[in-house]
Design a protein around this ligand. Sequence first.
Ligand code: SAM
Length: 291
Amino acid sequence: MFPQHGQSVNIEKKQLPAGLYFVATPIGTARDITLRALDILASADVLAAEDTRTLRHLMQIHGVALGERPLIAYNDHNGASVRPRLLAMIAGGRSVAYASEAGTPLISDPGFQLSREALEAGLPVTSAPGPSAVVAALSVAGLPTDRFLFAGFPPAAKGARGTWLEELRTVPATLVIYESPRRVARLVTELAAAFGDREAAVCRELTKRFEEVLRGSLGTLAGTLQDRSLKGEIVIVIDRNRASETVDMEGALRTALADMSVKDAAATVAEALGLPRRKVYQAALDLAKGD
Ligand code: SAM
């Protein structure tokens, strides 16, 4: 039974086994927190956070008391010195919940070294999955999601940026990139120049009041962003390199046509590669005629 509006959910406070618990937190709307995340925040012996104020605030919103439990800052600046302390607590039998500033820890956020060293020390690592801007952006971009590559933030240095763009250019998967609003216009212009006119979406302030998704070709979006400066948090989603897909599709069709009708070959390949049936059928017809 769902709780009625205004009625709070039942948070289960219980004894958690010793271990490291990565807790995903909302990327905007506070109510996107999961019930299990709240249970873990209410139950862990020790809380750790990238930003202790943000976590304290989130817990207040949801009525989770910190009580006498320690709330320890763990971030990129102090990670090396705080990590051994957190790991020692877990080794000593305590449950430690870690939340980054927003979204899923480790996804362009701290947590990787902590998880790595916990695992190396034979300590249990658990996830309380939930919001992440990568997945939220993929849900609304209108681009294929069967295969995607999350590229994080672009490097700032010119040389590294050029290499980064060149490596991504040929990837046969939808690309997901994080970027700050101040740099997004420049990045989309560079992407249009490097990748050609692919379909893309600029997703802004997801789950928040001013949520907005601009969809169009990279060239059109670059033009739009020359005239408009965006505010807030941004994810860019870009369609895959269709050139390599054409090769994949042709190869797959040739194999399928060896022992299938044009119709069956097209249906099989369209399904396998997640491509529009009509497009694959036309390609299959052309190939069948050409043979
Ligand atoms: N760990 C987070 C996650 O799981 O998505 C990402 C943390 S990273 C430091 C912050 C970046 O994520 C922002 O600069 C933006 O690119 C993206 N982001 C976070 N929240 C967002 C939102 N509500 N709308 C759009 N992008 C968001």
